[in-house]
Write a new protein. Structure first.
Length: 133
């Protein structure tokens, strides 16, 4: 196991906070806070590029489900040895999700996120986040 510098430890904690802030913003349906966690030129797939496109994508997908409760667990972060402003990570999450907005039934999901992070303007943000059940 390698030792980390104070700056690297600070980076690791800031990156781990991204996953927690993501879960809180998603559960509260605070789409502005949610998309602010991503770089401004984020690829939002079929919705286009940028935070407004990502916001539309989240809005569409969250309308199809009801209440969510995400519990963030293991989070492994790998800092890029060649670029101190880039990193990758894997986050495990347990989710209780109301599968249909009009029905009380909750479904449990084991979720793994594969993340890419980048520091811009002295702030770590998601570049991309792949969600796998």
């Amino acid at each position: 196991m390698s030792a980390f510098t104070r700056d690297q430890l600070s980076d690791l904690e800031e990156i781990r906070q991204l996953a927690l802030r993501y879960a809180f913003a998603l559960d509260r349906r605070d789409l502005d806070a949610l998309v602010a966690l991503f770089v401004d030129d984020v690829d939002a797939g079929s919705h286009g590029t940028g935070r407004e496109a990502l916001k539309a994508s989240f809005d569409e997908s969250l309308r199809a489900i009801g209440v969510t409760m995400l519990l963030v667990g293991n989070h492994l972060v790998e800092l890029d040895a060649g670029d101190p402003d880039r990193a990758r990570g894997t986050v495990y999450c347990l989710g209780r999700i109301q599968a249909e907005p009009d029905r009380p039934r909750m479904v449990e999901h084991a979720i793994q996120y594969s993340d890419r992070y980048e520091r811009r303007d002295d702030e770590w943000q998601f570049v991309g986040r792949r969600h796998e059940l």
